[in-house]
Design a protein around this ligand. Structure first.
Ligand code: UDX
Length: 425
């Protein structure tokens, strides 16, 4: 099928390259000309395992192209995914600027389009957004009626950064929220070669399925952190506890790794957005509010732990290993490292840092931090060091260097024989 995707970030690009591998022809649309040029020259604008190879294969076989021209992309395709970003404002409310602009462009392009077209929203939007905000814009600018001349679906995306392509191609389920049966059937055709159950439902249900999934995962992590904080007081290793708890098939072991809290572009934003929407609907979401607040506090708990064990950190040389919000990515959005560095700088510490991928991004936020290509230099220069991302290669650090400084782990990565103090273990 000929498919266009508006927005070529993590979701758009991984989806585009993934759909090509399932035999579809894909046009990626982005307003950023530089991004479009990069994609067309085979250079992915984001770091993702396997992306460069698959992108280049797709380009060589003429199965994928990127453009800034929405109108032509719509004309040349049958289904269009909207996959632009939905950042959140200070109150956690999602910012629909990009979604509305994309909907306007798509609407205008539909006006001149004679064939039946399905628009499917992949951007994460709170319940009621597609029906109350997006469809009216599409109808206004196309001068057509949704459900007859064109139709609209909502197909949330559950991929994780770092394994985006693999997640896109091997999902646990595909959710299709449909305005009508015809559009749902069309979307089902897009996904016909995916080996996953397809859930067909209403648009509103599809919207909240995405938030419910991410909020539950965030809650699971926060629960593990809470138990981890209790275990620390008891001198019990929370990982042993969760290994046993996770054997209960009703619970399972995934997302019970305690540590310095969750970050990234989804969990923090989605939990906050659901809190906001819930309040708007007249329900005070106590559990979610606690998850959000507890995660914020967990991020800097490692500073408290270090001070409890070795005294005030003020003015000390402190090392940070790991800056990205998780391994396998250069993304630092909502990373615990940001909160920890902020707190250390307030204490007039000299901060030395390393990350295999995210140093350039962190330099933009904190130019005053000393960055090193070799993590051993961080250990060498620090009186105390904190590991904040569970990059595998930190487990290969030279043991002599590790014994040079007191190491605190916010994410568990080192072997048990190394002299380290875990946040919850
Ligand atoms: C998440 C969801 O998993 C994905 O389905 C959704 O589409 C987008 O948001 P992502 O943000 O890429 O994906 O990362 P994920 O691997 O889920 O990790 C999120 C955060 O939780 C990271 O900071 C990670 O370190 C933390 N985490 C995860 C834990 O602290 N403990 C765990 O057990 C698991």
């Amino acid at each position: 099928m000929r498919i266009s995707i508006i927005g070529s970030g993590y979701v758009g690009l991984s989806g585009g390259v993934g759909l090509v591998s399932k035999g579809h022809d894909v046009t990626l649309v982005d307003i950023d000309e530089e991004k479009v040029e990069k994609i067309n020259s085979g250079e992915p604008p984001i770091y993702e395992e396997g992306m460069e190879k698959m992108l280049n294969e797709a380009l060589e076989n003429n199965k994928l192209k990127a453009t800034t021209d929405t109108e032509k992309a719509i004309k040349d395709t049958e289904v269009t995914f909207i996959a632009v970003g939905t950042p959140s404002d200070a109150d956690g409310k999602i910012d629909l600027t990009a979604v509305k602009a994309a909907s306007r462009d798509v609407g205008k392009s539909l006006k001149e389009n004679d064939s039946y077209h399905v628009i499917s929203v992949k951007s994460t939007v709170v319940p009621e957004t597609v029906e109350d905000e997006i469809i009216p814009i599409l109808e206004k600018y196309s001068n057509k009626k949704a459900g007859s001349d064109f139709s609209v679906c909502m197909t949330p995306e559950f991929l994780r950064e770092g394994v985006a392509l693999d997640d896109f191609l091997n999902p646990d389920r595909i959710v299709i929220g449909e305005l009508d049966e015809r559009s749902g059937n069309k979307l089902e055709e897009v996904y016909k070669d995916f080996d996953a159950p397809i859930v067909r439902t209403s648009i509103k249900a599809a919207e909240i399925i995405k938030y419910a999934s991410n909020s539950l995962l965030a809650t699971k992590i926060t629960f593990a952190n809470e138990i981890g904080n209790i275990c620390k007081k008891l001198d019990v290793d929370v990982y042993d506890v969760m290994d046993a708890v996770g054997l209960d098939h009703r619970i399972n072991r995934d997302f019970l790794n305690a540590g310095c809290g969750y970050g990234g572009s989804c969990f923090p934003k989605d939990v906050k957005a659901l809190i906001n929407k819930s309040k708007e609907l007249g329900h005070e979401p106590e559990l979610l509010k606690n998850v959000d607040g507890s995660n914020e506090r967990q991020k800097t708990k490692i500073v408290e732990l270090a001070e409890e064990k070795i005294g005030k950190l003020d003015g000390k040389h402190v090392g940070i290993l790991g800056l990205s919000f998780k391994p396998g990515t250069d993304d630092i959005r909502e990373s615990p490292a940001i909160n920890v560095i902020q707190e250390l700088l307030q204490k007039n510490c000299t901060v030395h840092a390393h990350d295999p991928k995210a140093m350039e991004n962190m330099k933009e936020l904190f130019p005053e931090v000393n960055y090193y290509e070799d993590p051993h230099d961080v250990l060498q220069n620090s009186e105390v060091c904190k590991i904040l991302t569970d990059w595998d290669n930190y487990n290969n650090l030279n043991k002599n260097h590790l014994s040079h400084t007191k190491v605190f782990e916010g994410k568990r990565v080192l072997d048990e024989d190394v002299n380290r103090e875990g946040l919850c273990w």
